[in-house]
Write a protein that binds this ligand. Structure first.
Ligand code: UDP
Length: 467
């Protein structure tokens, strides 16, 4: 199966600035939603004249052949090939030493660019999830810049998490309809959102999350895959909270067409199936690269989709229905009875699917990459459930930017059917679609010459050259 998106390698498409004699080291966290934005950023900075080294784990290593213009420096994390990404702290503790050794080898080696010119290492750009960065890079006096692959609103919620716990926002004293009330210190979101985001035992993760954020205070800057047009007031708050340079340069995937560094092979039938469909007639369904569900939820989804009488392209990752390999939980004959209205794949070229003229809606878990990708193509969304950063992303989608619908109960076929019809057939859906088109335009403008993100990229380049 083809493992490329939009059919071209970045190397052939990047309009290169002259080499500036500086190399940047990148260190992505090995999950799909973290690797893609990091490699998009590396491509962007390569186009600005930097040479690029990607330091990475063996676990979920990026596809090197998609990036012949980068140098790759893998290190052995001790995990067997094809293991699942482990718990953040386990992964970090396994990587700290091999990363330090890998960095030492790079820093102590002769720095000659591919053309033979001398070059110096400008900085390390690393994912915020690596909790050992400061110490490792400090040994070499190497400036570190953090890439946050989630949005600013979520970082602000983490900043306030200890206060939310202290105020008892997770206690059972807030129940029923009160859960829908706005959180006083963060009125965009409600109590239900923070419960979904942090679960029932937020104390257990509070220290990990807040310590990761504190790392930002000691860095040479923070890059956000977001833009001023989406999070302007949040940007001001984060700048006050973390007084380091902040660069809002998203959406990163829109600068340079090229591969999306997918860890899983795309099923090309996603696009051939869409090609035969009328404009905006298909709802695309995907819950990203990590989430899983039980059999009951899967079947409610299946029947909700079938009963909506709308066409759908549904990504079901193998193993994502707990206890099953792939689709075995579906009743016999389910797909045949759809009469061609539904197509199920294991993994789709999502950027291409969202940009396809047949795609009229996206039922998503609201991971930040999926959310941005959908906004960029003007595709309205449905959100049903999620965790971590997803409930807060979804609140912005449904209530702030108003480009999506929330499934309140989230897991019942009748509600699913109604929501799909509201989005795909009803007048309400038409209005949401119009707002989505306007937001798409706004985001496209921020990437043009003089746009906020484009300007921020120039500031970032100047900043890196000044380090
Ligand atoms: N994705 C894809 N094909 C699929 C499903 C997802 O290429 O069938 C990509 C999607 O384009 C996005 C990433 O996987 O860039 C998922 O990241 P996101 O932040 O949305 O969610 P996560 O996987 O981190 O929960």
């Amino acid at each position: 199966m083809e493992n490329k998106q939009l059919g071209a390698t970045a190397a052939t498409l990047v309009p290169l600035a002259p080499k500036n004699g500086r190399r940047i080291l990148f260190f992505p966290y090995p999950q799909q939603g973290h690797i893609s934005p990091m490699l998009h950023l590396a491509n962007l900075l390569h186009s600005k004249g930097f040479t690029i080294t990607i330091i990475h784990t063996n676990l979920n290593s990026p596809n090197q052949s998609d990036y012949p213009h980068f140098t790759f420096r893998p290190f052995d994390d001790g995990f067997p090939p094809n293991s699942k990404v482990s718990h953040l702290e386990t992964l970090c503790s396994r990587c700290v030493e091999p990363f330090r050794e890998c960095l030492a080898q790079i820093m102590l080696s002769d720095h000659t660019a591919p053309g033979g010119e001398r070059e110096s290492i400008a900085c390390l750009i690393a994912d915020v999830s690596w909790n050992f960065l400061g110490a490792a890079a400090d040994n070499f006096k190497l400036p570190t810049i953090i890439l946050r692959t989630a949005n600013i609103s979520n970082a602000l919620a983490i900043v306030k998490l200890p206060h939310f716990i202290e105020k008892g926002y997770f206690d059972h004293t807030i129940e029923g309809s009160e859960l829908k009330a706005a959180v006083p210190e963060f009125p965009t979101i409600n109590f239900k959102d923070i419960r979904k985001t942090y679960g029932i035992n937020p104390k257990a993760i509070c220290e990990t999350l807040t310590s990761l954020l504190k790392v930002m205070k000691a860095t040479s800057g923070v890059i956000w895959n977001s833009c001023k047009e989406l999070e302007e007031s949040e940007m001001q708050m984060i700048c006050e909270e973390f007084p380091v340079p902040h660069f809002l340069i998203g959406p990163l995937h829109k600068y340079i067409p090229g591969p999306a560094s997918s860890l899983i092979a795309y099923d090309p039938s996603s696009i051939s199936w869409l090609n035969s469909k009328a404009p905006k007639s298909v709802i695309y369904v995907s819950y990203g690269s990590l989430s899983s569900m039980d059999e009951t939820e899967f079947l409610e989804m299946a029947w909700g989709l079938a009963n909506s009488m709308q066409q759908f392209l549904w990504v079901v990752r193998p193993g994502s229905v707990r206890g099953f390999e792939w689709l075995e939980a579906l009743p016999d004959g389910f797909i045949d009875k759809l009469d061609g209205r539904g197509h199920i794949v294991k993994w789709a070229p999502q950027l291409e699917v969202l940009a396809h003229q047949a795609t009229g809606g996206f039922w998503t878990h609201c991971g930040w990459n999926s959310t941005l990708e959908s906004i960029c193509e003007g595709v309205p969304m449905i959100w049903s459930r999620g965790m971590m950063d997803q409930p807060i992303n979804a609140r912005y989608v449904t209530d702030v930017w108003r480009v999506g619908i929330e499934l309140e109960k989230g897991k019942e076929r009748e509600e699913i059917k109604q929501a799909i019809r509201r989005l795909m057939v009803d007048k309400e859906g038409q209005e949401i679609r119009e707002r989505s088109s306007r937001l798409k335009e706004t985001l496209s403008n921020c990437l043009k010459q003089g746009g906020s993100s484009r300007d921020s990229v120039e500031s970032l380049v100047d900043h890196i050259l000044s380090l």
